[in-house]
Design a protein around this ligand. Structure first.
Ligand code: NDP
Ligand code: MG
Length: 387
């Protein structure tokens, strides 16, 4: 018998940082959430292990060459093995799915998210790139299908929590907090020679490689500004960024009477993951509690947009609109990958990104096909600039 109070969840990117923490949350909750789908890109061994533990209906591997290994590893189960984007799109539309957690990285999240929304599934959204690329299209589709887009990103979860019981029209502005990353306070000269190893050492959060590099360049905050615009229907001027190195205040909302609400806690992604999965319920957790006396000083400073120019580039992409944020995202994915492969230096990421943004034709009201083309062309152009 199917228990209607159980939420069936498809996890896209279950082997990553968010994916594995979501599985820990689901296990600790012990009952209200059942795993329907698990997926990885190439980490087939971990995916097979997760499948044995959580017994989903579907397991999906991104790399088609690994489908055979996945099938072999699942021989002793009834789990159906699928591959690629088509596999993700098929699984998220399954009748049994109530919610899709998009915890995969980059543009690859867009089409499965659109398919899930069209099939009426709520989205727990970690994959911010989806909203950066095609926020207008995604939110419009969600409205049409009466689907909730529940933020997992800690800043957006904070804002979403602050907005409970409030009227959106009374929001004057939101204040996104940023840790400042590992290179806070450095000059451009000092950043010339920083290594991949140094950039991968985030002071407060343990995350996947791409978002960790995005945090070091402040691009992550730029992507989050665009994500916030679409999630909360704000104008760019209503979205402020402030550096808060302790990452205790996860973000704030200022209302039209001047009152500011903040959501606080230790930096631990399990909390926003659990809030999104459980919404509208707030489940009890055993997560470590924050103590004010352990943090007698919480500090705040302005971000340095001259040194970290990606943040400024993200604001201009947002102001220009159309396919510009899609260009920004694709170029950024390419430069981050090149930096991780040690083909370019830290500061070259921003420089190449900036040039790349001038090379692709502007489309004011893009269709899904325009986004696909823009993403493809930008990747080609950006790679040309690198090589
Ligand atoms: P990880 O790199 O740790 O994990 C990414 C997951 O997606 C893995 O399961 C990976 O599989 C899979 N994957 C990667 N590329 C593809 C692809 N092309 N097609 C299908 N699956 C793919 O990333 P994170 O968990 O850190 O981040 C996931 C998303 O959540 C990102 O959008 C990030 O910005 C966002 N986010 C993350 C936070 C964090 O704390 N980590 C905080 C806030 C937002 P495999 O293991 O096989 O490579
Ligand atoms: Mg964040």
């Amino acid at each position: 018998m199917i228990d209607s109070s159980t939420k069936h969840i498809a996890i896209l990117g279950s082997t990553g940082s968010i994916g594995t923490q979501a599985l820990e949350v689901i296990q600790e909750l012990n009952g209200p959430v059942k795993v329907h789908t698990l997926s990885a890109f190439s980490n087939v061994e971990v995916l097979i292990e997760q499948c044995h533990q959580f017994q989903p209906k579907y397991a999906i591997i991104g790399d088609p060459n690994l489908l055979g290994s996945l099938k072999n590893g699942l021989e002793d189960t009834d789990i159906q093995a699928l591959e690629g984007q088509s596999g993700l799109c098929e699984a998220v539309q399954d009748d049994q799915v109530d919610m899709v957690l998009t915890a995969l990285v980059g543009y690859a999240g867009l089409e499965p998210t659109l398919k899930a929304i069209s099939a009426g599934k709520d989205i727990a959204l970690a994959n911010k790139e989806t909203l950066v690329v095609a926020g207008e299209l995604v939110m419009q589709l969600a409205k049409e299908h009466k689907v909730r887009i529940l933020p997992v990103d800690s800043e957006h979860s904070a804002i979403f929590q602050c907005l409970q019981g409030e009227n959106l029209a009374t929001v004057e502005k939101i204040i996104l907090t940023a840790s400042g990353g590992p290179f806070r306070g450095r000059s451009r000269d000092e950043l010339m020679s920083v290594t991949k190893h140094q950039a991968l050492k985030h002071p407060n959060w343990d995350m996947g490689a791409k978002i960790t590099i995005d945090s070091a360049t402040l691009m992550n905050k730029g992507l989050e500004v665009i994500e916030a615009k679409w999630l909360f229907d704000l104008e760019p001027e209503q979205i402020e960024v402030i550096v808060h190195p302790q990452s205790i205040i996860h973000s704030m909302v200022q209302f039209n009477d001047g009152s500011i609400k903040a959501q606080m806690g230790l930096p631990d992604m399990k909390l926003p993951i659990q809030y999104a999965i459980g919404y509208p319920s707030r489940f009890t957790s055993g997560f470590e509690r924050f103590s004010f006396t352990d943090y007698p000083t919480l500090t705040f400073e302005q971000p340095n947009k001259k040194v970290f120019k990606n943040l400024g580039l993200a604001y201009s992409a947002l102001n220009k609109g159309g396919n510009t944020p899609c260009i920004l995202n694709a170029a950024n994915e390419v430069v981050v990958d090149a930096f991780l492969k040690e083909k370019i230096k830290f500061l070259e990421m921003g420089d190449i990104l900036e040039t790349s943004m001038t090379k692709i034709p502007y489309i004011p009201i893009p269709t899904l096909e325009d986004y696909r083309q823009t993403d493809k062309e930008t990747r080609i152009k950006t790679l040309e600039l690198i090589n």
